[in-house]
Design a protein around this ligand. Structure first.
Ligand SMILES: [Zn+2]
Length: 311
């Protein structure tokens, strides 16, 4: 995949790669997309993972002379610095010692997910249904035995988190460049590498996944076309939320109506065009369609301000 991978650059005036503290950069930099870059930021933008200075190509226009879209790009001076955001893609992140992996968790560079919440939190009538007012959905999970050691066969015991996609969407820009070790996975992978645009999947791509008995779940995303019940409007029934996809078939998220509505996927007037993120595996839904069937914690609407990093 030759697609450029730096979607969010760190912009911090006056920070220096040779002398600066990386944590200072991560805590204080503004995260900017390719479109938000302007020429005054030149020399002050950095890679979100390896922290080396990066550039935008071209610097001042949206497209280069050969018609390629503008993108952020590493600078050859620093090609000796390893970075998973360089193409070709690196494998999952490995750590030398358990201490080092724990440190990465403390620094919020690595998250070990023990599972997703299957049921919503107790409904509190006084709570507005906005994201900011929902209860925290991250809880400490059990110590997990995880195979992310650089030394073959060694396993680390690391604190895990039980979470929901809704929790993950809340600080989406921060989470976008973190390593996640999700259930069923044996390596820690950047969240940005687990995101799959449903609209870019051909029927062949989907069938290849469905026919694979070891299909791994991914974080699928797409724009909502409509959301409806098959028969009566009963929130205890399954509701179908149709997602924009390639021509020739349809694609939907099938989940309990009550859960969809509490996530903000209500009637078509308020959810059409919004972006939904859904963790799961693909399955056949009907003669013409495919679906994902998430539990409560496996899907959520992405807050509108974060959509620009995905499209
Ligand atoms: Zn980098």
């Amino acid at each position: 995949m030759a697609e450029n991978k730096i979607k969010l650059a760190l912009y911090l005036n006056g920070w220096d790669y040779e002398t600066g503290n990386k944590q200072t950069l991560k805590n204080n930099a503004q995260k900017i997309t390719v479109k938000e870059f302007d020429i005054s930021m030149k020399s002050n933008i950095f890679c979100p993972i390896c922290s080396t200075p990066i550039t935008r190509r071209p610097l001042d226009k949206d497209n280069s002379t050969n018609g390629r879209k503008a993108c952020f790009s590493h600078i050859p001076t620093y090609s000796h610095v390893e970075c998973p955001l360089r193409v070709p893609k690196a494998e999952g992140k490995l750590y030398n010692t358990e201490e080092e992996a724990k440190q990465a968790i403390d620094n919020k560079e690595l998250v070990v997910i023990s599972g997703f919440k299957s049921e919503p939190p107790e409904q509190n009538d006084s709570q507005a249904e906005e994201y900011d007012q929902t209860p925290v959905e991250d809880n400490n999970g059990p110590l997990a035995e995880v195979p992310i050691s650089r030394h073959t066969g060694e396993v680390f015991n690391l604190p895990s988190t039980s979470t929901s996609i809704r929790g993950l969407c809340r600080n989406f820009y921060d989470n976008y460049n973190r390593y996640y070790l999700f259930p069923e996975y044996t390596s820690a992978i950047l969240l940005s590498d687990l995101l799959v645009d449903i609209k870019k999947l051909s029927k062949k791509d989907i069938l290849k996944k469905i026919e694979n008995p070891d299909q791994l779940p991914m974080l699928y995303y797409g724009k909502i076309i409509s959301s409806y019940y098959l028969a009566e409007n009963n929130p205890n029934h399954i509701k179908f939320t149709q997602i924009e996809c390639a021509k020739g078939f349809d694609f939907c998220i099938k989940a309990k109506g009550e859960y969809q509505e509490r996530h903000g996927i209500k009637d078509n007037s308020n959810s059409k065009g919004r972006v939904v993120l859904c963790w799961g595996t693909l399955e056949k839904n009907s003669e013409l369609g495919y679906a994902i069937r998430p539990v409560w914690g496996e899907f959520a609407l992405l807050p509108v301000q974060y959509e620009k990093v995905l499209f």
